[in-house]
Design a protein around this ligand. Structure first.
Ligand code: CP3
Length: 348
């Protein structure tokens, strides 16, 4: 009861109410740059063991909130738990990133389960319930999934590559088989996200890390349209759900993305052109971003100037301060503190 009376600054921005001091969090805020994360990770075993241990996943979700007082916690998991719950083999090799069984021919796509087994993701839902209980009522809890396209890039290639081109190639060579993967991921993501809302997520973010590799026509087909279907599918069951899109590298396609998908906010990377974003995006939805994460390695006056530039560019409208992509393992905690102080001291 009382929880509903407390305002969440983050949710206010998503509802259209600009905050004088922008709410903030960081993509990948639970991660290897934090000694307490490394300690919990060592206790858990492998990366996926950590994702599927509800108590420890809840613990690492809360670590950056305790340390930096961010306005939002993002549930600790990974976008590749969806292929795992679809019965694919998913492993994380130390120092090499994810490894899956490749799905790069129509025959192989024939082996893809059409329905997700959500019972495999029960620890994620349990972690959300734990975090919700532990968080202060004014702190927002973010649930997430990968976009169908970005998840498909790892499923097709079976790993991360420098430009994830195997999926783009498959979409040209075998559009029907590629569309089958996307369709399964759209439906699975809707079900997965609805369960995250039931477990206590306040808002959802869809990570489309690889959207920027697509030419405009393919972007429409494989980024905008599947995202639109997920937004529609969620709101059909839970009207009014707030959803943030992150079509990294979308650039001049951002206005089309927000208009067609119906998201409430868009996360932008550090290459986004500020004037275009202000005039054609921020007038319609909230904007989240977009400090270059490398500035958290650089520090000093470069970091101060970077923070000021983000605030100057976007604080006149609905803004959530964030990085343009995830914080890197070699970022410095002192620099994160410097950034947090500068944003918190800002009175726009
Ligand atoms: O933001 C958060 O704090 C929540 C946790 C989160 C992780 N992955 C934890 C993670 C989120 C939101 C993700 C999303 C994710 N995972 C994306 C989309 C966003 C992005 O960053 O681009 C993608 C593409 C993945 C897939 C993935 N997971 C890759 C390619 C890798 C290997 C690269 C790396 O950084 O090691 C991961 C592993 C991963 N996911 C780690 C973490 C903390 C590092 C694993 C470890 O602790 O050893």
């Amino acid at each position: 009861m009382t929880q509903n009376l407390v305002t969440k600054p983050f949710m206010e921005v998503l509802s259209g109410n600009r905050q004088a001091s922008p709410p903030m969090w960081m993509m990948r805020q639970a991660g290897r740059y934090l000694p307490e994360y490394r300690a919990t990770r060592a206790q858990a075993g492998s990366f996926l063991d950590l994702c599927f241990n509800a108590e420890l996943a809840a613990e690492v979700t809360l670590q950056p909130i305790r340390r930096f007082g961010f306005d939002a916690a993002i549930i600790f998991s990974d976008i590749l738990v969806v292929p795992y719950a679809l019965g694919r083999s998913v492993r994380f090799e130390v120092g090499e990133g994810p490894r899956l069984d490749p799905l790069n021919s129509p025959d192989l796509v024939g082996t893809l389960n059409s329905a997700i087994d959500l019972s495999k993701l029960e620890p994620v839902f349990e972690a959300l319930r734990i975090v919700r209980r532990e968080l202060k009522p004014e702190t927002t809890l973010i649930g997430f999934c990968g976009s169908p396209f970005t998840v498909a890039t790892y499923m097709v290639a079976g790993q991360g590559t420098s430009d994830q081109h195997p999926a783009r190639l498959m979409a040209y060579q075998h559009p029907g088989a590629f569309a089958k993967i996307i369709d399964v991921l759209v439906e699975s993501s809707i079900q997965y996200l609805l369960k995250q809302l039931d477990a206590g997520a306040d808002v959802l973010q869809i990570f489309d890390t690889w959207a920027g590799i697509l030419p405009p026509r393919e972007f429409e087909k494989w980024c905008i349209e599947p995202t639109r279907r997920i937004v529609e599918g969620i709101r059909k069951v839970k009207p009014g759900t707030k959803i943030i899109g992150f079509p990294r590298g979308a650039g001049a396609l951002l206005p089309a993305f927000i208009e067609r998908t119906g998201v409430d906010a868009v996360s932008i990377d550090w290459t986004a052109e500020p004037k275009l974003v202000r005039e054609q995006v921020q007038t319609k939805v909230a904007v989240q971003g977009n400090l270059d994460p490398l500035l958290l390695i650089a520090g000093g006056s470069a970091l101060d100037e970077g923070v000021d530039e983000v605030l100057k560019n976007f604080s006149s409208g609905r803004h959530i301060f964030n990085l343009g992509h995830g914080i890197t393992p070699d970022a410095s905690i002192a620099h994160v503190e410097q950034m947090v102080k500068r944003v918190r001291d800002y009175k726009g």
